[in-house]
Ligand binder design. Structure first.
Ligand code: 5GP
Ligand code: ZN
Length: 115
């Protein structure tokens, strides 16, 4: 647990969240400010700042996050209609919580390229 990390506090159940999926190494919960009918955030239970840092330090855990994200999409029923997995990296790309997280978005048409 990293002090003052919002997502570490959700993992520790110090801050409530609507948890939809959990494994030994990952947690997934609904985003508090959803950008699509399905908007779930998937995180590893250990603190890494972003996807690149996670993959460099623990590639197996990076894989576990991707696997969990796919299982969330399946459970949410958005595989057939299509969904997006997003790792914002850096404030300039919209990252506001510096504990790596995969946004799983779906349930509506998603335009490409993103804005
Ligand atoms: P980022 O902007 O870092 O890519 O994504 C962080 C996400 O965390 C945002 O989509 C934001 O809505 C979400 N978020 C911020 N605070 C909370 C919270 O307390 N609970 C939940 N469930 N999501 C949060
Ligand atoms: Zn953290």
């Amino acid at each position: 647990m990293t002090t003052d990390c919002l997502f570490c506090k959700i993992i520790a159940r110090e801050i409530p969240a609507e948890i939809v999926h959990e494994t030994d190494s990952t947690l997934a919960f609904r985003d508090i400010n959803p950008q699509a009918p399905t908007h779930v955030v998937v995180i590893p239970k250990t603190h890494h700042a972003n996807a690149a840092a996670l993959a460099a330090t623990d590639p197996l855990l990076a894989g576990a996050v991707l696997r969990a994200a796919g299982e969330v999409a399946q459970a949410e029923g958005i595989v057939e209609s299509g969904y997006r997995q997003v790792f914002n990296t850096g404030a300039g790309a919209g990252q506001s919580v510096f504990h790596v997280h995969c946004h799983v978005l779906g349930g509506r048409p998603l335009s490409w390229p993103p804005g």
